[in-house]
Design a protein around this ligand. Structure first.
Ligand code: Z5A
Length: 206
């Protein structure tokens, strides 16, 4: 039996995470793999309510923000991700705790280690097999995006700090994290990813 995998697209706003998840989901389903799509923040009734507060509510302290992200993630892990993987379904996620490490830990300067420590307990062993960092100039990525949420409305200098956060995570975590050039054509990014999954033997039906 092929083992179910938990794959995540990460990066600054507008880099193409949702588009990549769409392509990957289609490629996996063509191979008969059952896929569950999720997004963070969100993916559960509680998570969607928290998303509304986080992205469209009023101002809040940086730690309130970090803990709300952690809370919606705990709910998603418990109610959706773990059960899906246990049932042999692959999980494709638009963002995960790496966003909290880059946005809250690094760019908001709460500390990557401290933000990780409030996320870790609720996740247990439910950690992604692969985190695809879609790397692109933060300004060019923002220009692809139409609307801005409360967090995305920050200035470009802050989005560049988020990008530095991702780069720093990638530099120290080449095991779980893979970098792709998000400025490349979407189909090419999808093909590269499928070929990585093939090389790792994850698509083999044994
Ligand atoms: N946040 C946080 O602070 N801490 C956390 O722990 C978490 C999140 C989980 C969530 O927003 C906000 O919360 C986000 C981070 C913060 N705020 N900011 N910044 P979100 O995840 O819902 O939204 P987003 O990531 O900011 O944007 P998005 O809508 O998800 O964008 P995307 O998925 O990366 O891009 P897309 O929708 O696939 O593509 C954007 C456009 O570019 C679209 O028109 C595509 O057709 C086009 N596109 C995509 N790929 C390409 C390529 N390769 N070439 C050309 N054009 C392309």
């Amino acid at each position: 039996m092929r083992r179910a995998r938990y794959l995540v697209a990460e990066g600054t706003e507008g880099v193409g995470k949702t588009t990549l998840c769409d392509i990957l989901a289609a490629r996996l389903m063509e191979r008969g793999i059952e896929v569950v799509r999720v997004r963070e923040p969100g993916g559960t009734p509680l998570g969607e309510a928290v998303r509304e507060v986080l992205l469209h509510g009023g101002e809040m302290s940086d730690w309130s923000e970090a803990l709300l992200f952690a809370a919606q993630r705990a709910e998603l892990a418990e109610r959706v991700v773990r059960p899906a993987l246990a049932n042999g379904k692959w999980v494709l996620s638009d963002r995960c705790y790496y966003s909290s490490l880059a946005y809250q830990g690094y760019a908001r300067r709460l500390g990557v280690g401290r933000v990780w420590s409030v996320n870790r307990p609720a996740l247990g062993e439910t950690l992604p097999d692969l985190v695809v960092w879609m790397d692109m100039d933060a300004g060019a990525a923002l220009a692809r995006q139409q609307g801005r949420d409360r967090i995305g409305a920050a200035d470009i200098a802050w989005h560049r700090e988020v990008w530095k956060g991702y780069r720093s995570l990638w530099t120290s975590d080449r095991g779980r994290m893979m970098r792709v050039d998000a400025a490349a054509p979407t189909e090419r990014i999808g093909e590269r990813l499928v070929s990585v999954l093939e090389k790792r033997g994850w698509l083999r039906d044994c």
